[in-house]
Write a protein that binds this ligand. Structure first.
Ligand SMILES: [Cu+2]
Length: 147
């Protein structure tokens, strides 16, 4: 009766074992916040520091507050500043990358509701090596530089 289970377990064993190889995350995220928004889009910012000895890459950002989350950077197209999508954001060993107004940012597209100071924004940063890092971004008033 139980015999058919055995080959399945044997197949799973290498997969389970490989999960244990992950080193503890050496990615530290600070300065996390989101800009208040009453429109359908919002932006979030953070400083990502790689304290480890190996390069890592931010490959995806998830949030339940928006339909889609993208990593953007700003670029000049003639006299017009434009936002473009980054497929991945490398964070080299020993370096830190700042996502800040006027530069790289996390774009929240298709907000399900306004972003206001009452409701912090849950964010999940997914790194190639460090895996998922769950964050809560406090919402700060709009204004100042940025878009
Ligand atoms: Cu953007």
């Amino acid at each position: 009766m139980f015999r058919p289970l055995l080959p399945v377990l044997l197949m799973l064993a290498p997969l389970l074992a490989s999960c244990g190889d992950n080193a503890p995350s050496e990615i530290a995220v600070s300065e996390v916040w989101a800009r208040a928004s009453v429109t359908k889009t919002g932006a979030a910012y953070a400083t990502i520091e790689n304290r480890g000895g190996a390069d890592d890459t931010l490959v995806e950002v998830l949030s339940p507050v928006a339909e889609r989350v993208e990593i953007h950077y700003m670029t000049m197209d003639g006299m017009v500043m434009k936002m473009r999508k980054l497929d991945a954001l490398p964070v080299k060993a020993g370096e830190s990358v700042a996502l800040a107004p006027g530069g790289k940012h996390i774009m929240l597209i298709g907000l399900h509701g306004p972003l206001d100071e009452e409701a912090p924004v849950p964010l999940t940063l997914v790194f190639e090596k460090a895996g998922k890092i769950e964050l809560t971004a406090p919402v700060r008033p709009a204004g100042g530089t940025g878009h």
